[in-house]
Write a protein of this length. Structure first.
Length: 443
């Protein structure tokens, strides 16, 4: 007997009746029957098509329709809605909002932090894994996601990335990133602008993070980059500048020192990663050529003065460790390697500020060119051209309520796709850049 249903996954949840070897009737789902008697049923038309796919660049979504059936987190969504966005998936934020409140934040992150549901996150991972199984995804050959990395953040700091499940257990970044890597095959990204040195729980969490990624195998497979952001835009330093301009010198000095200590501590904590070239420094400032009083304190020359203080405090921590506890610096070679990596990283400062967020309207003349469409242009182009622009110039992001957006940091668009999350489905938070009125429809 040979059966070739057009799409066997459409029948996944339907019951069928068959007679077993004892001539007794049994009622089972089609999926159970298929798994048990695959050698009798033979390959379906859809399975043959899936096997023929070399990649998922331009698949025939109609031929794949139904492959998602029975996967709860994707219930009610079409194959095109799911696969178009999984292929471009760049962000799966587990936290929204950021305490840093940097003045140059290109996403204008909100100061209050909202955490995703671990159970919602896991439901997506489990659903993705089942979909991979059905699509016969081989990350080495038939890669579904086209990106170099996937971020578990969007507008938050890496030091704040953890989830707590319903039983009170804490799941930290290495575990959560390993979960996403296991289904996307794409390494994660980690960025931090430091943390409060007096916050013991964050400090210990970051030390566990460093210990995990000090393992070469974990780093080489699961992480794309580990970045520490050093700049004159952080809220603490910006407030220091404000006090300085109003003549409140002592307050200004105190806040400046707090920021210096914050960053030297972050650099020191990440010392083992710098030693093996596994951590990098991201530095930004305005160029010295930028004139005007409003730029005082945030030009490259100001950055150099600031990082000289940070570097000096960092070196002090290194020598104290080498001559004392030797937590990170166990030899003269360690001292030289770590010091050289941090010194070189701090020397390079990017002044090409294409991402300015909160400062965008004031400093458009500083921006490098980028592809951007405004609402007036969008209203006058065809749907095909619009979708071509979306496909070429944006990536997908799954918000903590399951809503899928397309964004490129300059434009963002709401889609008609929303995963079936249970815990955070009613959550609403501002999404920036503010989504255009035009909604992307995949159906």
């Amino acid at each position: 007997m040979q059966i070739y249903p057009i799409n066997f996954y459409k029948e996944c949840n339907k019951n069928i009746t068959y007679k077993n070897k004892d001539n007794c009737q049994s009622n089972v789902t089609f999926t159970s029957f298929f798994d048990k008697f695959h050698h009798i049923v033979g390959e379906t038309t859809q399975e043959k098509y899936i096997k023929s796919l070399k990649n998922f660049v331009n698949p025939d979504y109609l031929k794949l329709e139904g492959v998602q059936n029975g996967i709860e987190v994707f219930d009610g969504l079409s194959a095109r809605q799911i696969l178009s966005n999984l292929r471009d998936l760049l962000y799966i934020p587990i936290v929204r909002g950021c305490h840093n409140n940097c003045t140059h934040c290109y996403l204008s992150a909100q100061p209050h932090v909202v955490r995703a549901s671990f159970e919602d996150f896991k439901s997506f991972i489990d659903g993705h894994r089942e979909l991979n199984k059905r699509l016969q995804v081989d990350f080495a050959k038939k890669k579904l996601n086209r990106n170099e990395y996937v971020g578990l953040f969007y507008d938050s700091d890496g030091s704040d990335l953890f989830l707590r499940d319903k039983h009170g257990n804490i799941h930290e970044f290495p575990e959560l990133n390993r979960m996403q890597y296991s289904v996307t095959g794409v390494p994660g990204l980690f960025d931090t602008a430091g943390w409060n040195v007096r916050n013991k729980s964050i400090q210990e969490r970051m030390e566990r993070f460093v210990q995990y990624y000090s393992d070469k195998e974990n780093y080489s497979t699961e992480i794309h980059a580990i970045n520490i952001s050093v700049n004159p835009f952080h809220r603490i330093y910006a407030k220091s500048l404000e006090f300085g301009k109003t003549g409140e010198i002592e307050k200004s000095k105190k806040l400046r020192q707090i920021y210096v200590e914050r960053m030297s501590n972050a650099l020191f904590t990440f010392s083992p990663l710098f030693k093996n070239d596994r951590a990098h420094i991201l530095a930004r400032s305005f160029p010295d050529s930028q004139k005007g009083e409003m730029f005082d304190g945030v030009r490259k020359s100001d950055y150099k003065k600031l990082v000289s203080e940070i570097y000096s405090d960092f070196k002090k921590k290194l020598f104290q460790d080498y001559t004392g506890q030797q937590k990170y610096v166990k030899s003269n070679l360690d001292l030289l390697l770590i010091d050289d990596a941090v010194r070189r990283g701090l020397l390079h400062c990017d002044t090409h500020l294409e991402h300015l967020g909160r400062l965008l309207d004031s400093f458009k003349d500083l921006l490098v060119s980028f592809e951007m469409l405004d609402s007036n242009v969008l209203s006058n182009i065809s749907d095909n051209k619009f979708m071509s622009f979306i496909k070429r110039s944006t990536f997908s992001m799954i918000d903590i309520n399951g809503r899928v957006y397309r964004t490129n940091a300059f434009n963002s668009y709401k889609t008609d796709t929303c995963l079936n999350y249970k815990d955070m489905k009613n959550f609403e938070m501002d999404f920036l850049p503010k989504p255009d009125k035009k909604v992307i429809k995949y159906k």
